[in-house]
Design a binder for this molecule. Sequence first.
Ligand SMILES: [Ca+2]
Length: 481
Amino acid sequence: MDLKKHKASFTFRTLGGSCLGERWIYDHDEPIAQFSNATIDAPQHELLYFGNCPRPLLLQKLKLQPGQRPLFASVPLYWRFGPKGIYTTVELLGLEVAGEKSDTLSLTFIATDKERVGKSIRTLTLTYCQETMSYIYDFNCELLIMKRDTEEKMSNWFFEISDPMYADLPGPSQEFSGMWTKPGYSHFIAELTDDSIWQIPINHIAARAVDPAIGIKRDGLFMPAFEAGHNPAIQLMGETGPRSTISVCHWGYDVHILPSYTEDEFKENLNEQFRLFRCGDDKADAMFLAKTERESVDYRGLNALPYHLPVNSFAEGIKLNEPTNGVTDPCLWEPTEGMEEGTEWCHDMGRTDNHSLKICKRSSGSSQWVMSYEGQGGFTDYWTRSIGFKISIWVKTEDVADGTYLGLGWRLFHQPLEIFPMSYSERLSATNEWTELTAELVGPPPDGVHDIIIFLQQDGSGTSWFDDFELVKTSSESSGD
Ligand SMILES: [Ca+2]
């Protein structure tokens, strides 16, 4: 196919072979994007839609060029808005299609929220540009606020026009058979109003530790880069850029687009525009090279953290101002918020090399290292109902007042850990040479649980080193239980 001469012919089709068949946008005979209004029943998946929209309106698996793999995994077509973002326009009232069998397809999604506070009119205009050899998805996002008699102050209102997810990002957090391929991107970059290029390296901590991109320039771009021919851009059109913040989720790397308004602007109907397309290599490369370097990224007092690996000597990790490297996108061990005193990634003491996790402090409280993204909800392979975990780690202590130990438990996002019983190792206190501590978690996991939490804790003053971690997945089925 000569992409410079390609002339699109778009249709919106419902596929047969199933009751309530899939709906896809086609270009000639090639499916290029799916419209989904399906029920999300996996709690971990639902997290992407903030737990309050069981049937999100989405475009999924968007191709940006004929014959190319999809570069966007999903693009929400709703507004989140209101005090703290409690309303989501996901009740589909109408869907209008125009321009079938032409080179300009228009889909208008009319939707409201359960309480009917807002009405969203979202129009997608889809075209193909021969010069850039890219489909262009233009979204016009209108929101009519139908009930304004809220008690909440305007300053507590929150607006989000979309939260696109890129395809195959994050990369798999651990290697496993049949895993997907991590794209070649190393950074998210954005064009700001002062003409600087904002950036964050693609790792799970930087997305949390770095301030979001604020004030995208008029028609400014945001994208992950760089992979030749595959740089998927979000362009904030006109004033949408300057009035918006872009925030990247540290867990799923989904891209929150968050406009803000003055009291006067809020009295009118709200209207934003954004565009998705494949950015040309010259432009993407120029932006990538012009990005503002970050000398360091500080997170809870540290600027480098070790990878979480199933067998781990704590020798490998990254400076937080750098992207993860290799074929996976590992999560990182981190100090627990509020329990970071004396935590250190140690490079002068270990059991079999010079690398370990360390806690060293004089106060009487508790300090903790934690890994809370181990499991199928942390971008790794699937569990079965018979899954269990055995964890072991070697620990050395000096003058520990109240005890050092390993803890392990099922974890449900946004819920207190105490709702499920934790499993603990024995406790080491005072001074001990390298000693192996173990803890075990037996399946099946509680309903809705897709992750476990693992922590390494020291209570009271003293020094502890942790090394040669090992995680083994067990199965109650294969052992005949
Ligand atoms: Ca080590």
